[in-house]
Write a protein that binds this ligand. Structure first.
Ligand SMILES: [Zn+2]
Length: 419
């Protein structure tokens, strides 16, 4: 580290430091054993392999998230009201995209592992139109629609935008899905030429992105879902991950983030919450550790009180309950086996004992488990009675396809806000 940062110093200073370093080295302690020393050229070659593996691992994690999310997003497109989009299930990128995936890699490093400025397929979502057409990671787009791609990202983006725009315009003009399919030509990783006709699928436009941190959690900012690497490692069963993703999608379609924001403004919390939060932080900083050490108080009281207050004002716990409820429908409608869905929360209890008695932003585990079980039983009852699977009290219009054709489920007047 020290030698590495010498580059920012002037040459004269660098010499002085280097000389001082040499004098210092003579007095330094050294390891005792004759461990193997590897030639630098071999290290460089192995580094390439490691770097390629690290990029592939990230792409694989995102592919897993995409595959888990896809059926949820397809089956619940009707619950996503205006938040819908047509997707092929393909993600394309170039060296710039890969650099943003592999934090800290230089362009040269990314080029060395096989990515350059020309677009290439990075991921294809399992079960999507692109996957069914035989496109795979490493496929190279040659022609899309009328456009020759010639290794240009710009041409690819233009070609896709032109197609989707024409399709949207035709739909709005009542001409149906015209153009019906996007013709494209790819060069496969094995050199074969692949001609495809892609028809996009309508899905909830809620990207599910992997966040590369080891926290066992997932979150949403209101438009997309972030699923943390820690959660994906902790939950080895894709169906369990799907329950969590469904919960987050529940937050998005339940519009919980804008509702909480609104609650913050209406109650004035947005204003007085900030100085109060800072005050609580200061209080904890001054007294918190002392109370914890001598008073046996486990949580610094100021911040705990703030969280409780925020939870009361913003209604976070109620929104968590609704997200659990909506999540069960979202999962069930996608054909997921939800018969053990509540067990996912035992997993969280094992990880965090606090979640069994003292969660401040979420209901405690047992509460969630029992409510999930009740939701599961409600879904089973509706299924047995041949009813359409819509969350009870769902306030938004939902066009539904059943055997009789398209029907409209009762419309509520505008958006029903939670208090
Ligand atoms: Zn939640």
């Amino acid at each position: 580290m020290v030698l590495g940062s010498l580059g920012v110093l002037g040459t004269g200073l660098r010499r002085i430091f280097a000389a001082a370093g040499l004098v210092g080295l003579a007095a330094c302690a050294t390891p005792s054993t004759s461990y193997p020393v590897v030639p630098l050229a071999e290290v460089d070659a192995a580094t390439l392999i490691d770097q390629k593996a690290s990029v592939t691992a990230r792409l694989d994690r995102q592919a897993r998230a995409n595959a888990i999310a896809w059926p949820l997003l397809v089956a619940n497109a009707d619950l996503c009201h205006e938040r819908r989009a047509e997707r092929f299930g393909i993600s394309l990128g170039n060296d710039r995209t890969v650099r943003s995936l592999a934090d800290g890699f230089t362009r040269r490093q990314v080029n060395a592992i096989g990515y350059d400025a020309s677009p290439v397929v990075l991921n294809v979502t399992e079960g999507s139109p692109a996957a069914r057409a035989g496109i795979v990671r490493g496929s190279v787009p040659v022609q899309v629609g009328e456009m020759e791609i010639n290794g240009e990202m710009k041409a690819l983006n233009e070609a896709l935008a032109t197609y989707l725009k024409a399709r949207l315009e035709a739909r709005e003009a009542g001409e149906g899905d015209t153009p019906p399919a996007l013709g494209a030509v790819f060069t496969q990783p094995d050199g074969r030429r692949l001609e495809v006709e892609l028809v996009p699928e309508e899905i909830c436009d809620i990207p599910v992105n992997v966040t590369e941190t080891d926290v066992v959690n997932a979150s949403t900012g209101g438009r997309s879902v972030n699923i943390y690497r820690g959660l994906m490692t902790y939950l080895t069963d894709d169906d369990d991950v799907a329950i969590v993703v469904a919960h987050e999608i529940g937050h998005v379609i339940g519009r919980h983030v804008p509702k909480q924001r609104r609650n913050a403004y209406v109650s004035g919390f947005a204003l007085w919450g900030v100085p109060l939060g800072i005050g609580a932080g200061l209080f904890d900083g001054v007294f918190g550790s002392a109370l914890e050490r001598w008073g046996g108080v486990e949580t610094p009281p100021g911040r705990a009180g703030m969280t409780r207050l925020a939870n009361g004002v913003l209604g976070t716990r109620d929104f968590e309950r609704e997200a659990d409820y909506l999540g069960m429908y979202i999962a069930a409608r996608a054909g997921l086996d939800i018969s053990h869905a509540e067990d996912v929360f035992i997993g969280f209890a094992k990880l965090s004992p606090r979640s069994t008695y003292g969660e401040r932003t979420h209901p405690i585990t047992a509460d969630r488990q029992l409510a999930l079980k009740a939701a599961r039983e409600e879904i089973a009852r509706k299924r047995a009675a041949g009813e359409v699977l819509i969350p009870t009290g769902w306030p938004y219009p939902v066009p539904l396809n059943d055997e009789a054709g398209t029907i409209e489920v009762e419309r509520a007047q505008g958006e029903r806000e939670a208090g």
